[in-house]
Design a protein around this ligand. Structure first.
Ligand SMILES: [Zn+2]
Length: 500
């Protein structure tokens, strides 16, 4: 792993990252940069147009609160007035609300949600593009596109064998069959995979890893920016980057200059896939979800900006091909039960306070807290208090905040097996590192943000569309309809392939 000692990183760099990164990341993702205003999307009467180029962006865990929090944060960075600054896709001409339930649960998981979007069928939570009996494989829109001669790309900021991307190329009774999913990726005929590394660590002993299979099959494999840049069209390509945890990309807030962004993977995808028969590309912003499971609003916000930057690549492409391109941006479900409002702050909000957070919960766990525990096995809260102040801006603590931090610190200093496990501790810590989740809760609450869960919730998500056939995405519809609307504008050859 390339990052072994991030804790030695200079304060200056952290400061620069904090001050500059939002401005840089945000610049491309905002409304004024998008160039979509006044876009004509209505189809000429009686004429069915088809979309030769289809971009499907899925913000994992991105409900309206996640989007709105990013927009409120952006506004707070630029002005003391209340309000929002829209993301580029928030201004797309077609807008809808999408229900997300699975066939067996009001609150879906990513597997059932992505099966609905990719295949047009509801299935039970945990299943990858198969029916509830786990016998029938549903053809996916990506497979249909490939069959019809289009090129196909699957991208994600989390591991490419995670549930959402897997539902476009694999069929498995459970999302946890990582090895089988890995191998289905390596044996697929798709043209380009980009993002987080597949988990080769899940390979059973004596078996070939997905990387081995890809090498045998002559794939181009890239794991650095230089290698990514040297990929050429015409040969299957797999480009990955992995951060310090779980082989997914690092949280955007923690990324350094050698980390490849989702937008870079997307730009390369356009270059590799562009051809006279068109392409289908699915791009997942997967770490929005992971940050929200951990109730870390700031990391979710920065990953939403990175997601919008990837969307911008598609918008730029659309500008050159407005009559042949469809861009869809949706979420697969909400995560964390985030809301913009908190009992303790009543009618006040202070989103500017969030800018004080300098790294993700995961970075704090892995580098800051872990080394503190190692160096100070009997450490006290007062020893780590200034680190928390610097990392998260939690100064001038109220009695309530101090007692929450002290008690969670005590829990975090215990070995995992010695920590109390009951309903009460689950509600306040959710199985996460007690001190860290308390820090993000308190900072989020100061800003006027609050969480109700460490899991997904069942509220509908917003969906936006731009380009050919975008008008279908106006209204209140189900996630299975996204498949139907995409299918309706696929080139004729693809529609024929789908009916087989
Ligand atoms: Zn999730």
């Amino acid at each position: 792993m390339k990052k072994t000692n991030k804790s030695t990183k200079s304060i200056l760099f952290v400061l620069m990252l904090t001050l500059l990164a939002p401005a840089l990341v945000i610049a491309a993702g905002t409304k004024e940069a998008s160039g979509v205003e006044g876009t004509e999307t209505a189809m000429p009467e009686g004429k069915t147009k088809s979309a030769k180029y289809i971009f499907l962006f899925i913000g994992d865990g991105m409900g309206l609160p996640q989007l709105n929090a990013a927009e409120a944060y952006l506004k707070a960075q630029r002005s003391s007035d209340a309000g929002i600054e829209k993301m580029n896709f928030s201004d797309f001409p077609a807008q809808g609300l999408t229900t997300t339930y699975s066939s067996n649960a009001f609150i879906t998981d990513s597997a059932a949600a992505a099966t609905a979007i990719a295949c047009g069928y509801k299935t039970a939570s945990g299943i990858i593009s198969m029916d509830e009996s786990k016998e029938k494989k549903y053809p996916t829109i990506a497979e249909m596109a490939k069959k019809a001669g289009m090129k196909v790309g699957i991208l994600s900021s989390v591991n490419l064998d995670h549930a959402t991307p897997a539902c476009f190329y694999a069929h498995e009774p459970t999302r946890n069959n990582y090895y089988n999913i890995n191998i289905q990726l390596a044996e697929s005929s798709f043209d380009y995979y980009g993002g987080g590394m597949v988990r080769t660590s899940k390979t059973p002993e004596g078996e070939k890893t997905a990387h081995d299979v890809m090498k045998e099959r002559g794939w181009q494999i890239a794991s650095t920016r230089e290698e990514l840049n040297s990929l050429v069209p015409g040969k299957q390509a797999y480009a990955y980057n992995h951060g310090f945890a779980f082989n997914a990309l690092d949280y955007t807030i923690d990324q350094e200059s050698d980390d490849i962004s989702l937008a870079e993977f997307t730009a390369k995808g356009i270059e590799l896939l562009d051809n006279p028969n068109g392409f289908f590309m699915m791009i997942e912003g997967g770490k929005i979800d992971w940050a929200c499971h951990a109730n870390d609003a700031v990391s979710s916000i920065f990953d939403t900006f990175a997601f919008a930057d990837a969307v911008q690549e598609a918008i730029d492409f659309y500008t050159d091909h407005p009559d042949e391109t469809l861009i869809i941006v949706t979420g697969d479900h909400e995560c964390g039960g985030l809301t913009l409002g908190f009992a303790g702050t009543k009618y006040s909000s202070a989103f500017d306070k969030l800018a004080e957070q300098k790294y993700s919960f995961e970075y704090f766990n892995n580098y800051v807290l872990a080394s503190f525990k190692k160096e100070n096995p009997n450490g006290t809260f007062s020893q780590i208090r200034s680190t928390i102040e610097e990392g998260f801006g939690l100064r001038d603590l109220s009695d309530y905040e101090l007692s929450r931090l002290q008690s969670s610190f005590k829990e975090s200093m215990l070995a995992k097996k010695d920590r109390s496990k009951n309903d009460q501790t689950y509600l306040i810590y959710g199985g996460y590192e007690p001190l860290t989740v308390t820090i993000t809760h308190l900072l989020n609450q100061r800003a006027g943000l609050a969480w109700t869960s460490y899991s997904h919730t069942g509220i509908p998500v917003p969906t936006f569309a731009l380009g050919v056939g975008a008008e279908q995405f106006n209204g209140y519809f189900d996630n299975t309809d996204i498949f139907k609307y995409m299918k309706a504008v696929m080139p004729l050859s693809a529609a024929v392939a789908m009916s087989k």
